[in-house]
Design a protein around this ligand. Sequence first.
Ligand code: SF4
Length: 364
Amino acid sequence: MAHALFNKEAKTTSPLPVPTGPAGQARENQLFNEVRDVRRNVEINIGKACNNRCVFCIDGLPKKEDRSYMSWEDMKGELDFWHASGSRSVGFLGGEPTTYPKIVEAVAYARDLGFTRIALATNATKLRLEHFTDKLLEAGLSRVTISMHGHTADLEERLTRVPGVYEKKVHAIKYLIAKRKEGFLADGVSVNIVVNGWNYRSIPQMMRFFYDEVGLDDIRMNFIRPEGYAEGDPELTPLYTKVVPYLMKALVLSEKHWTKNTFTFGGVPLCVLPPALRSNEYLLKKHLGEYRDLSTDCSVRQEGEGFGIEEVRDGRSRFNWQDRKRFDLKWAPEACRACSKVELCEGVWKGYVDIHGEAEFHPV
Ligand code: SF4
């Protein structure tokens, strides 16, 4: 039978995205990595309203109904459901989760249920308000992942299209780092950079900025997913072959100069990486995001049937993120049919192939 990856239009029969193992145990759809946090994770999307307007946002301009926030009853129901299903890690995302009116209550509710890792994926603009950040920390927030994509005000504000946002984010990050030193945020603070056509040449400078000037110890770089505003945009979506030399420079710098820090990158197929890295399991497990990511389910507002593996019930779509990428959002180029890495490599964002085709990919 053909691998599901090779069917671009596949509408797989979804297994319920409910974990079957004991609480906290990851699903079996990722390769083993002893460094991975084994807690099972769920990401709850609170709605798509946002106070930044990133040029590459996958949501583009959301419909009015998608910009409304989920009700408090729905939030409690989701947290109850996922905790009962075995998840012990929860992330809140959007849109922008700090604008959700019940975000502090949601964090506290998750903590009281027994989630041990409670995270926000945020642009951090609102976290500059220290009293607000303090409330989240007191409620049990244990990790923050900050979306920031430039090391200068000019670059960050061109990408997010919000004047003044750079200073607010830097202030917020420094405050979070200070609170971590006080004993909060046990699961860390990281920056999540979307690598795109406007910033990839600055990758080494961004590392220096976030590690040495801002004081972070964890950087994640994700290759742009060309959907929403960036769909069909070759300027925002550079060729992998142009970006990889910069990522490799970053990897070498992290191995030589920032040895105590974490540097990972994701969304890059293995065949565009240098052979010396592809064959080095130690480095792959350390730096390849897909090897490190927690086993993650998602819950997002959804009207109508949805597509692919998602399970839609009561106005929410639920799916496993690793399966979603592999079966619905990414595409296996023709080269994958003869490739030995097909079980590890997730393939390529479909939107990338629509822009640049398949010429860069080859079996390894
Ligand atoms: S040929 Fe396909 S499976 Fe192999 S590394 Fe490239 S994209 Fe991944």
